[in-house]
Every structure is written in structure tokens, then in C-alpha cells.
Design a protein around this ligand. Structure first.
Ligand code: BES
Ligand code: ZN
Ligand code: ZN
Length: 498
């Protein structure tokens, strides 16, 4: 998608479709919309008066202009009440614009979007929205020759282009492309995106952007004592890997070092505790945490913030076979603690135990893990809110604050000591699941907390409900969401500039 700027009057823009927005209940149209409305014989204000246009958020009306103005069509987007409009809605509105244009096969459009409190930074959000909005996860559907992509977007601004405007566009492209890159990895089926392929992606990232990389195969992981990771890995015929990527951007050595750990189960069948077949195909998304960590590494490599970031990802499948870990098996993590694997479908926490431990050998000062850890988080919070838990309230507050800023909803679940009861095993240091179905997401987080040193502020983000959109939204296709990247990016920007 190519982005450019034009300060021409909107009715003079030489392009196929002009996109305008209006707010619900506003007495007056914005000056630019009023100008177009007048040129089109009041078609918009008439529509509003008759109630055919309500300006509700994600409402769209396509108007043919029949030569009254230069653009051939005008697409009017409802934006909801202006008092409720914020940066998250702007991003979604731009994504909705992109999706609507793409669905109609429109390749060229001008965007004339007004907001209650205009700010140059909105450019980057609109670019990001357009890119994420047009993302189509149907990557293996044969493309029809005559279907063209939205390729040319002109921002209609009052001010001429400047370095600041260009920088905002570049930033939007970087964030949008990194989100889509993560989504693409999550959308890939498990026969194509094998653990080996994930490693190849990590290696080409490292080469392209000069990142440090270390890859442990199963033999090397076992030698390091990663018995928990290797137990899950043993069930699959595909080789498994523990991957580390590091970005060194800190200009002063005293800066914090951010550790990012992402669950990378390329397919979760449940193992011997096999899952029901209904929707099992969606478990190719069980590497979404790793995809977000990879794309965060890609983003920092591109934007070069003043901070050090280390990404660690356990990459494996969870499959049943004669070599699989069995319910009741006892395995040993890198710190010598023993785990009774009661349910082999609670594999994420088992592989993450070793990943969290390894990440703490790398001088990190702060830790975040992202994992499609539990289905229970869907029962607790639904599909649009990620669950967060951790060992340090200040760090938790910081992540939640950035999630709010970035428009990714997160909600804290408790981690009272009393929940430690849920990890009791009669034979080992811990059981990987509670003995009865209760507090599923909390139990997962409590288990992980045992593998994080108390002195390291750590937040676990359970993206079990948010990594995969079950049904299409006006602003996003069904399928992978790339959740978490925007929060991490916002957080990194703050740490890097302070
Ligand atoms: N990857 C799943 C969690 C999951 C399920 C994410 C559905 C998104 C949608 C995880 O490995 C798992 O299977 N967890 C079990 C834990 C249980 C056995 C304690 C679960 O949530 O059912
Ligand atoms: Zn599982
Ligand atoms: Zn899983």
C-alpha cells in the first residue's frame, strides 16, 4: 500500500473514492464534509435528516458523484458519538475503511478523516489501521486475476507534508506490517509452519536486522537441563527448538533489559490427554505468543529504540505418540524442580517453565510472557480481553496502562497465595493442573510464577481468548489478531525515551 499526502481541496482530488467521516448527533458537518455535501446537492445532510444515515460507528454509505466533484465516489463512514471517539476507535475506523474499500475492489482512495482533537500522531494510527484492516488470512485461496488490492491511499490534509508527517506514516507502516507479519505466522497451518520453519523465520530476522540469535535443539536443551520443555517436545516427530533473539539498543548500560517470552506450540492436539476434534484445527494458533514476540523483535530491530530486548520462545508441537509424555509422568525443569504432568494438554506452562528460567539467565530486569495458555480465560473474560497476572503490581499497572493506551484490553486476575494449593502434587514439587476444574487461568499463572525469581517484575498475559477472532469484525478479518504487539510497542517507547 502506497501512502501520500495532498492538500488540495477534497473535491479536486484525482482519485476513485474519497472517504469522509461523520459523527452521530453532531449538529454541524465538519468544514470539509460540508464542502463535499454542498457540491453533491446536500446528499449527505439529506440522508442524515431522513435518518438513512445515522453516523453510527462502522456504518458506511457509498455515494456516486456523477462528475459533480473529481472523485468518482464518496464513502461516508459513521464514527459514532464524537464524545466517545478515541485513538483506538480511530485505528478501527481506518481499518474499517480499508476493509470496506478492499471488499469493493477499490484500489485508490483519498482519506479525509476528521477527529474531535486533531493531532499529527493520528496519521500513524490511520496507516496502521488501513494495513491491519485489509489483511486477509485466506493465504492459500487461489487469487482471481481481476481482484486488485487497495494500493494507493492519499491523506487529505490541511497542512503540507513535513518530516513529522512522513515519520508518522513510516511508524504506522512499521507497526501495521509487524502486526500483519505476526498474524500471517499464526494463520499458517501447522504442516507448513513447523517448529523448524519458525526457527528459519527467526534466523532470517536475525540476519536481516542484525539481531543476536541462539537456537537450542532438543539435545542441547536437554543438556541444559530443560527436561520440562523436552518432555513435551518428545511426542512430535518434528524437531523442536528453544529460541533466543536479542536486540541491543540501550545507549547507557544502566537501562532496563526487557525479557519477552512467547509460547510457541505450533500445534496443540492436547497430546495423550487429547482434545476433542471440534475446533482442534484452531490449535495451529497456539504459537501466537511466540509470533507476537518475534514481531516485537522485528519492530525494535526496525525502529531501533534505546533499550535492550531479549525474546525467548519454546517452539514445539504437542502431539500424541509412543514417545509422548504420559499423564502421571514426572519431569524436571532447568532449576531442578519436578513437575507431575497430570494433563498433557496443559503443555504451555510446562514448556514455558524452562523458557522463563532460561530468559532469566540473560540479565533481564523485567519480564513479560505472552501465551495462549488457557481456554478458561475465555470463560472468564471472553474473546476481546486478555487476562493478566504477575508478581509485581507496579509492573502490572504499567502493562495495563500501555494496553489501555494501545487499545488492547487487558484485565487483571488475582494471584493470591491461596491459589498455590492448586499446584500441589503427591509425588513432585508441582502438578501442572489442579486436581479439579477451578480457577483455570489463575492456576496456569501460579504455575508459571514458580519459575520466575521474585526479584524480577513479571507479567503473564493470557491471550487464549484474544489471539484468534472467531467471527469477522467490521475492522478485522476472522482469524489471527496479532494481539499484544501494540501494548509492547507502547511500553518499549516509554522505557526507551525515559
Ligand atoms: N492451548 C491451550 C489453551 C487454549 C484453548 C487456548 C482454547 C485458546 C483456545 C492450552 O494448551 C490448553 O489446552 N489448556 C487447557 C488446560 C487444562 C488442561 C487445565 C485448557 O485450557 O483446557
Ligand atoms: Zn494444551
Ligand atoms: Zn496449548
Amino acid at each position: 500500500m502506497k501512502f501520500s499526502i495532498s492538500t488540495l481541496s477534497p473535491e479536486q482530488l484525482k482519485l476513485d473514492t474519497l472517504v469522509l467521516n461523520i459523527f452521530e448527533g453532531d449538529q454541524n458537518l465538519s468544514p470539509r464534509v460540508a464542502q463535499i455535501d454542498q457540491a453533491l446537492d446536500s446528499v449527505i445532510s439529506q440522508g442524515l435528516k431522513n435518518g438513512e444515515i445515522k453516523a453510527k460507528l462502522f456504518e458506511s454509505t457509498l455515494i456516486y458523484t456523477f462528475g459533480k466533484i473529481t472523485p468518482k465516489k464518496v464513502l461516508v463512514l459513521g464514527s459514532g458519538k464524537s464524545s466517545e471517539f478515541d485513538s483506538a476507535k480511530l485505528t478501527k475506523l481506518a481499518a474499517f475503511a480499508g476493509r470496506t474499500l478492499a471488499k469493493k475492489g477499490i484500489t485508490q482512495a483519498g482519506l479525509c478523516i476528521s477527529t474531535p482533537k486533531p493531532d499529527l500522531r493520528e496519521m500513524s494510527l490511520m496507516v496502521e489501521g488501513l494495513l491491519t484492516g485489509v489483511f486477509d488470512p485466506a493465504i492459500y485461496v487461489s487469487k482471481k486475476e481481476d481482484v486488485k488490492d487497495l494500493s494507493d491511499v492519499v491523506f487529505n490534509l490541511d497542512v503540507p507534508t513535513s518530516e513529522k508527517v512522513e515519520a508518522e506514516i513510516t511508524n504506522g507502516v512499521q507497526v501495521g506490517e509487524c502486526i500483519n507479519w505476526a498474524r500471517r505466522l499464526v494463520a499458517e497451518p501447522a504442516n507448513i509452519l513447523t517448529p523448524q520453519r519458525v526457527v528459519e523465520e527467526a534466523k532470517s530476522l536475525a540476519t536481516e536486522f542484525d539481531l543476536e540469535i541462539e537456537v537450542l535443539d532438543e539435545k542441547q536443551a536437554r543438556e541444559k537441563g530443560m527436561g520440562a520443555f523436552c518432555a513435551i517436545a518428545s511426542g512430535s516427530d518434528e524437531p523442536s527448538f528453544m529460541v533466543k533473539l536479542a536486540y541491543h539498543g540501550a545507549k547507557s548500560p544502566k537501562k532496563s533489559v526487557l525479557g519477552l517470552v512467547g509460547k510457541g506450540v505450533t500445534f496443540d492436539s492436547g497430546g495423550i490427554s487429547i482434545k476433542p476434534s471440534d475446533k482442534m484445527e484452531e490449535m495451529k494458533m497456539d504459537m501466537a505468543g511466540a509470533a507476537t514476540v518475534l514481531s516485537a523483535m522485528r519492530l525494535v530491530a526496525m525502529t531501533k529504540p534505546n533499550i535492550d530486548v531479549v525474546g525467548v520462545m519454546p517452539i514445539t508441537e504437542n502431539l500424541p505418540s509412543g514417545k509422548s509424555v504420559r499423564p502421571g509422568d514426572v519431569v524436571k525443569a532447568m532449576n531442578g524442580k519436578t513437575i507431575e504432568v497430570i494433563n498433557t494438554d496443559a503443555e504451555g506452562r510446562v514448556v514455558l517453565a524452562d523458557a522463563l528460567l532460561w530468559s532469566q539467565e540473560m540479565g533481564i530486569t523485567h519480564l513479560i510472557d505472552l501465551a495462549t495458555l488457557t481456554g478458561a480465560v475465555i470463560s472468564a473474560l471472553g474473546y476481546e480481553v486478555s487476562g493478566v497476572m504477575g508478581n509485581n503490581q507496579e509492573w502490572l499497572n504499567k502493562i495495563i496502562e500501555h494496553a489501555n493506551k494501545a487499545g488492547e484490553k487487558m484485565w487483571q486476575l488475582p494471584s493470591f497465595d491461596l491459589y498455590k494449593e492448586l499446584l500441589k502434587s503427591s509425588i513432585a514439587d508441582y502438578a501442572n493442573v489442579p486436581s479439579s476444574r477451578q480457577a483455570g487461568s489463575i492456576a496456569g499463572a501460579m504455575f508459571l510464577s514458580e519459575f520466575v525469581a521474585p526479584g524480577i517484575p513479571w507479567v503473564h498475559i493470557d491471550i487464549g481468548g484474544t489471539a484468534w477472532l472467531n467471527s469477522e469484525k467490521p475492522y478485522m478479518a476472522k482469524g489471527p489478531t496479532g494481539v499484544g504487539l501494540k501494548t509492547i510497542s507502547s511500553l518499549i517507547n516509554e522505557v526507551a525515551t525515559n
